[in-house]
Design a protein around this ligand. Structure first.
Ligand code: IMO
Ligand code: MG
Length: 433
């Protein structure tokens, strides 16, 4: 059984925890897009792990992990993450981590040009400044360096020579910065190549071979649907296809091989960085959502406070549609435990009409006012509940309303960061059906 897991909002939906749960039944866990802009948090016992680039499955022994061709890899960040995990006694090496030869490499000039662009106030996106956008720009522009190039002096030299002059001209003439040294880049990146040599493989073959052998594969999406470069709130998005289709192109696995798509949604909404967010709330209510529960709403990659707001079902419904979601997993339900009133947005008011489908025009979105349904809060702590039937009635009503508005079932509920703080209603697992 091959499952794709995606975020249904603007990222930070709690994908790390759900991936960790589902990876129990998976043999291989695959990252297929994005890079170390992601921050996937997994709690094992009392220990918290934050993964940026390596699939969260690495935390379970006997699992294999793949960084697919659709990912952009910063080799320095990757080596640091490997070291960090080894420091925490996680077994990690070329036997359980495979990196696609075709994955594009994030180079120092990607991070540099992104920083310079983000320092301008016009058109700022509020990126994670990991060089993600410029790396994908070079990939699509056919001037990128791929992981396999780090293993060949002649290939790397050819690619760098072809591109670095232009990059340096931009750095010097547009930004008044110094250019980067070809020799230093060659030396540094060939060194990464030597260190990562045994990890770099044909991962598309590896995955298709595993599929033939009936292994279970879990595709770990990063970011969220509203950050998808095609389907999100463009241009305030990331530069990859975060939606389910991205798993096929980003891993080299055909759509016929995907059995199920799971969408992760938070019980409310958050967003980091710039861009539209119709149900955003400010002031006291935002602070309350941001600081409730054991882990607050602060970015795992950059430490930035997240913008917070009510659940937007126009967004989730769009995600169900674009991703073909079979089941939803809802996270951070416990954060709503203290509230006496909870709001769900099911439509936007735009001029004199109501909009139920997420508009693609930023201009329309800007003028949309969310229309809320008010629900009574349950005001009972949920973190110790393990049985769906034992949830407070009002919490069950909230869940039922979400299912009704989304048109799909919620199979997993999370009421705290720990593995045990989970309620599973329907069998959503990679175990063979
Ligand atoms: P996970 O996987 C939340 C946001 C950034 C910015 C925009 C573009 O943990 O859910 P980028 O650096 O990707 O070019 O930034 O996307 N962003 C995320 N927001 N969670 C993430 O990942 C994100 N990755 C990128 O804040 O608005
Ligand atoms: Mg995150």
């Amino acid at each position: 059984m091959n499952i794709v897991l995606v975020g249904t909002q603007w990222g930070d939906e709690g994908k790390g925890k759900i991936i960790d749960l589902l990876s129990e039944d998976a043999n291989i866990i695959v990252r297929y897009q994005g890079g170390n802009n992601a921050g996937h948090t997994v709690m094992i016992g009392d220990e918290e792990f934050i993964l940026h680039l390596i699939p969260s499955g690495i935390l379970r022994s006997s699992k294999e992990c793949v960084i697919g061709n659709g990912v952009v890899v910063d080799p320095k960040a990757l080596l640091e993450e490997i070291q960090m995990l080894r420091g925490k006694k996680i077994d990690i090496g070329p036997h359980n981590l495979h990196i696609s030869k075709s994955a594009n490499v994030i180079m120092p000039y990607h991070k540099l040009t992104e920083r310079l662009k983000e320092e301008e106030t016009i058109g700022r996106i509020g990126t994670t400044r990991r060089g993600i956008g410029p790396a994908y720009l070079d990939k699509a522009g056919r001037v990128g360096v791929r992981m396999v190039d780090l293993l060949s002096k002649t290939q790397l030299a050819w690619k760098l020579k072809r591109h670095l002059d232009e990059i340096n001209l931009i750095l010097q003439k547009v930004y008044g910065e110094e250019g980067l040294s070809y020799e230093q880049l060659m030396e540094e990146y060939l060194k990464y190549g030597r260190e990562l040599k045994d990890y770099i493989k044909d991962t598309a073959s590896l995955l298709n071979c595993a599929i033939k052998k009936n292994k279970n594969i879990l595709f770990e999406g990063a970011q969220g649907t509203m950050l998808d470069v095609d389907h999100g709130t463009y241009p305030f998005v990331t530069s990859s296809n975060t939606t389910a289709g991205g798993a096929c192109t980003g891993a080299g696995v055909g759509p016929t091989k995907i059995d199920e798509v799971v969408g992760v949604m938070k019980a409310y909404t958050t967003r980091v960085g710039e861009g539209p967010f119709p149900t955003e709330v400010k002031g006291e209510m935002a602070d309350k959502l941001r600081n409730a529960g054991p882990v607050g709403e602060y970015g795992r990659s950059t430490g930035r406070p997240r913008r917070c707001g009510w659940l937007d079902m126009v967004v989730v419904r769009r995600s169900v549609l674009i991703n073909g979601i079979d089941f939803l997993a809802i996270t951070r339900l416990d954060i709503l435990d203290d509230l006496d009133k909870i709001y769900i947005c099911n439509k936007y008011k735009y001029k004199n009409t109501y909009i139920y489908d997420f508009p693609e025009e930023l201009e329309i979105l800007q003028d949309c006012v969310p229309v809320y349904e008010e629900m009574k809060g349950w005001e009972i702590p949920t973190p110790e509940i393990r049985d769906f039937e034992k949830l407070p009635e009002k919490a069950k009503e909230y869940i039922a309303r979400i299912e009704e508005l989304a048109g799909v079932k919620i199979g997993i509920l999370s009421i705290g960061p720990k593995r045990s703080q989970t309620i599973r209603r329907e069998k959503v697992s990679t175990a063979k059906k």
